[in-house]
Design a protein around this ligand. Structure first.
Ligand SMILES: Cc1ncc(COP(=O)(O)O)c(C=O)c1O
Length: 386
């Protein structure tokens, strides 16, 4: 039988999926592996898509997306971050943030090029980097409260570094960056000849303070590639709409990858996205009110259980240490699932620097969260008694 690309051998099913897939084995299990809002897409957004299906052309759009949507994205960046992104050439509508990440990495990487990624991190990047012939270099953030500091980034930059890729608010740690922290990082980025890719898909899910987008640094425009989308902000994971903004020169190449990959994003979904970015900009803040209540609840419960944990200021994840019970997070998560039927994601799914932790998603109902906390406490009590 013919063989797949040799690089496929190193590509595994992500830990998130491995545990989510096992939930079915345990009827009545509580599932906190979820990486998507528990809310449903607001009705006006759905209505806009239905209306479009009935009244608009459903042929391919321009490869970069419908002009009306690109304009809405450009307006969003202008009004919130004061950033200029020309809808013609500097905005690309993609199939979720995922396709944006794929397009960027394939467009910029030559074999052997390194990408620095502060870790623990979302693991959607490494397989694409490897398939593109690049090299992933995780940078350990465990000693800096999971914040990428200028010193840590700069000391890892070499001649081979093609890009730094930062996701914030961060999956799985829930950290956000202050203006001072971003200013300091931008100082480093300005000095070096590299791309800076920010995955800001949780930008609207900033639970405290303000999201400081890389877009608000015009001096970095030629190096910056920003990934965003509606999956998390508007509970639209299934619609598959994301986007990339960046300088027109590199965006031409990112667009070329996208063009050969997908031609264009789904047209009904693009119409839904126009509605989300024009009349529904208030939605994320409303959802955040619920996330904040749940975050406060689960944080207090984890502290009461005696677990070491930071209070997340963004996204909808919390990342307690379970090291005092078990360093091997896969072993801990397996025991938790098999004993008290609670599914979480082992920290090692987010690189080796996530080991000794578990990720709990609070994008679930308050009832589920209460039940999950009770089960975790029960499991910990069992471990302490044994
Ligand atoms: C950090 C991060 N980036 C990107 C994605 C993928 O987003 P999308 O569903 O828009 O492709 C996720 C999904 O969980 C994520 O956590």
């Amino acid at each position: 039988m013919p063989h797949a690309n040799k690089k496929m051998k190193g590509i595994e099913v992500p830990g998130t999926r491995q545990f989510a897939n096992r939930v079915e084995e345990f009827p009545g299990a509580v599932d906190l592996t979820l990486g998507q809002p528990d809310f449903e897409t607001p009705q006006p957004i759905r209505d806009a898509a239905i209306e479009a299906i009935n009244t608009k052309s459903m042929k391919y759009s321009h490869n970069t997306g419908l002009l009306e949507l690109r304009q809405a994205i450009s307006d969003y960046y202008q009004s919130i971050y004061g950033a200029d992104y020309n809808p013609n050439g500097e905005v690309l509508v993609t199939v979720g943030g995922s396709e944006g990440i794929d397009g960027i990495l394939r467009a910029i990487l030559d074999p052997g090029d390194e990408v620095l990624i502060p870790a623990p991190t979302y693991l959607g990047y490494e397989p694409i980097i490897e398939l593109s012939g690049g090299v992933t270099k995780f940078v350990d953030m465990t000693e800096t409260d999971y914040i990428a500091t200028p010193e840590l980034i700069e000391s890892n930059i070499t001649d081979r570094t093609k890009a730094v890729l930062i996701n914030y608010p961060t999956n799985p740690t829930g950290v956000t960056y202050t203006k001072a922290q971003m200013d300091a990082l931008v100082g480093v980025f300005k000095k070096h000849d590299l791309f800076v890719i920010t995955d800001e898909i949780y930008g609207e899910n900033t639970l405290e303070g303000e999201h400081i987008s890389l877009a608000s640094y015009p001096e970095l425009k030629e190096k910056a590639l920003i990934v965003n989308g509606l999956s998390k902000s508007h509970a639209m994971t299934g619609w598959r709409i994301g986007y990339v903004v960046g300088h027109k020169e590199i965006m031409e190449d990112v667009t070329a990858v996208h063009l050969y990959n997908t031609i264009c994003a789904s047209i009904p979904s693009q119409y839904a996205a126009i509605e989300a970015l024009t009349t529904q900009l208030h939605v994320p803040k409303e959802m955040n009110q619920a996330y904040i209540k749940r975050r406060d609840y689960i944080y207090e419960r984890l502290i009461d259980m005696g677990l070491e944990v930071s209070r997340p200021t963004g996204a909808f994840y919390i990342f307690p240490s379970i090291e005092k019970y078990e360093r091997d997070s896969f072993k801990f998560a397996t025991g938790l699932l098999e004993t008290v039927h609670l599914a979480v994601v082992p920290g090692r799914s987010f690189s080796e620097y996530g080991e000794g932790h578990i990720r709990l998603s609070f994008a679930c109902s308050m009832e589920e969260l209460i039940e999950a906390a009770d089960r975790l406490e029960k499991y910990i009590n069992l471990l302490e008694a044994s």
